[in-house]
Design a protein around this ligand. Sequence first.
Ligand SMILES: [Zn+2]
Length: 155
Amino acid sequence: MAVSKCLKCGTDIPEGAEFCPSCGTPKGAKAVAQPVQPMQPMQAAPMSMQKVSPMAGIFDMFFSKTGIILGVAIGILLAWIGVLIGTFSDGNGDIATFMTSTGFAAMGLVLVAGGIWNRKIDTRARLGMVGIGGYVLTVGLSVTTSLFGNLFSGA
Ligand SMILES: [Zn+2]
């Protein structure tokens, strides 16, 4: 057993040499090196990690950054239409307030849901979104529900 072959590149390693003259792999690697079999489970692992449930896919779509910005923008728009109606019309003030509070509730809902489901956003930003969104949602909802009674029973 004068000459052995490098397990990595197949070059003949002279007797007495500690390393492969071609690629530098230690001769001792021969003992550690195993057949190619372990490659199979290693290839399967990343595939299963990438697997995302269909529900998560839908949430990802709805609460992408664009989705959150769009939702908040619609909420602000609703709120402002309510403010404009309240300011420039002599009509039912309850309708104006109802729209404003519904707009805030929508804004809060989008922020809370986005903060919970959008895993791509920084964790602290998500906590802030849930906190602020939760507050706005609670206030908006409480005003909306109390006005809902006024609007549809007191007429
Ligand atoms: Zn080699």
